[in-house]
Design a protein around this ligand. Structure first.
Ligand code: AVJ
Length: 340
C-alpha cells in the first residue's frame, strides 16, 4: 500500500484503542516518520533519529533500562534531585512558570513539585499526546492547587507558551534525563539558545547532564547483561515494520554500543549480519554485511565542557550538583544578561 493510503488507513483504524496505543497519533505523523526513515537510511552512513525509539513498547523498554543495575543515570539523577530539591525549589522562587521539556511520566518532576508549592503553573511539553494527558491527569490529582497546562509539541521546534491564570514572575525550563546528550554539540547549542530566548531575562534552566567517566562504566550501561538495551535498540526496526509495513528481520541485525572517546559520546548502532535488502513500504534499502545503522548518540560532558556550551548559548551555570562518585550532574543555568 502506498504511504498516502496507509496514512489514511491509520487515521481510520478499525479499533480506535489499538490505534491510540500503537500507532502514530495522526496520518501526517506516519508520513513524517516514513520520510525521516527513508531520508536517514539513504544517507552515506545510515542513520535513524533516536526520537523514534519511544513508541509504547520502546517507552516500556526504556523504563526497564532505568531499573537496570548497570544503568546509573536515572537513579543517580533522582538521588541528586531528592538531596537538593529544597535548594532547587528555592531557586525557582514564587510565581514561577515551570516548563518541562519532554515530560514523559514526570517522575523526577514530582520531586521538584513536592518542594515547590507556590508555582504559577506547570507546563509539561511532550510529543506523545497520550502520555502527556495521562500524566497531567495524575499530577492534577496530586497537586490540586497547581495549574497544569500541557502542551503537545515537538519541543525541538518553537512552540507557544500557554497563558497562565496567575501571572508568572519568571519562566524556568526543566530538562532532566540527560536528553541533551542526544544532540550533537552544535545542535545542543542552538537548542539551549532557543530555551534561553523562551525563558528570557531573569529566567533559568534546570538540566540533567551526564558526565564523562570511566569508559568501562559507560560501556556496561549501554551493554547490559540482560540485553534490555539491545531489545530497546532493535525495537525501532519492529516499529518500522508495524507502522510503515517494513520487512526488517530482527534476527539479521545486532545491537552494538561503544564509547567513542575522541567525540565523547556513546554510539548505538544496529549492525547488519549479512548482505540483505529490506523493503519498507514503497522503498527498499540495501545493506552490506557489517554495515550499520547509527541509531543514537549520547554525549557525555565534563563540568567545564558543559559550562562552555551553556555560555555559548547565552546561559551562565549558577549551580552544579553532583553525586559522590561524580557520575551525573544537575545544573541550574540562568539567562546571562545581554552584553552591551
Ligand atoms: C534518555 C537519551 C538519556 O542516552 O542514556 C538509554 C537513552 N539509550 N540506553 C541515554 C538510552 C540507551 C538515554 N537518554
Amino acid at each position: 500500500m502506498p504511504i498516502v493510503e496507509m496514512t489514511r488507513a491509520a487515521a481510520h483504524a478499525a479499533d480506535p484503542k489499538a490505534a491510540v496505543a500503537n500507532a502514530p497519533e495522526s496520518s501526517s505523523e506516519t508520513a513524517d516518520f516514513y520520510a525521516e526513515v527513508m531520508a536517514g537510511l539513504t544517507l552515506p552512513v545510515k542513520t535513524l533519529p533516536c526520537k523514534y525509539f519511544y513508541d509504547e513498547r520502546g517507552s516500556q523498554l526504556f523504563d526497564e533500562i532505568c531499573e537496570l543495575d548497570e544503568y546509573y543515570p536515572t537513579r543517580t539523577e533522582a538521588a541528586i534531585m531528592e538531596r537538593h530539591a529544597k535548594e532547587m525549589a528555592a531557586l525557582l522562587g514564587p510565581d514561577c512558570r515551570l516548563v518541562e521539556y519532554g515530560s514523559g511520566s514526570s517522575t523526577k518532576t514530582r520531586i521538584l513539585l513536592d518542594s515547590a508549592p507556590d508555582l504559577a503553573a506547570y507546563v509539561p511539553v511532550d510529543i506523545s499526546r497520550v502520555h502527556l494527558h495521562k500524566t497531567a491527569e495524575g499530577l492534577r490529582r496530586r497537586y490540586s492547587q497547581l495549574e497544569i497546562l500541557p502542551v503537545c509539541a515537538d519541543y525541538t521546534t518553537p512552540f507557544a507558551l500557554p497563558e497562565t491564570a496567575r501571572s508568572a514572575s519568571r519562566t524556568v525550563a526543566y530538562f532532566p534525563g540527560s536528553t541533551i546528550g542526544n544532540f550533537h554539540p552544535r545542535q545542543a547549542q542552538f537548542f539551549l539558545a532557543q530555551i534561553a530566548a523562551l525563558c528570557g531575562e531573569g529566567g533559568g534552566l534546570l538540566i540533567g547532564v551526564d558526565l564523562k567517566k570511566d569508559p568501562d562504566v559507560l560501556h556496561a550501561a549501554y551493554n547490559d547483561a540482560r540485553g534490555v538495551t539491545a531489545a530497546f535498540n532493535l525495537n525501532v526496526l519492529d516499529r518500522i515494520n508495524q507502522e510503515l509495513r517494513g520487512e526488517f528481520d530482527l534476527d539479521s541485525f545486532a545491537h552494538h554500543a561503544f564509547y567513542n572517546e575522541e567525540l565523547g559520546r556513546i554510539e548505538m548502532h544496529l549492525v547488519s549480519q549479512k548482505d540483505q535488502t529490506v523493503n519498507i513500504c514503497e522503498g527498499a534499502v540495501t545493506f552490506a554485511a557489517g554495515e550499520t545503522i547509527h541509531t543514537e548518540c549520547s554525549y557525555k560532558y565534563s563540568r567545564d565542557g558543559f559550562a562552555r556550551l551553556a555560555e555559548s548559548a547565552g546561559f551562565q551555570v549558577s549551580r552544579f550538583w553532583t553525586d559522590p562518585s561524580k557520575l551525573f550532574s544537575v545544573q541550574y543555568l540562568t539567562v546571562a544578561p545581554v552584553k552591551e
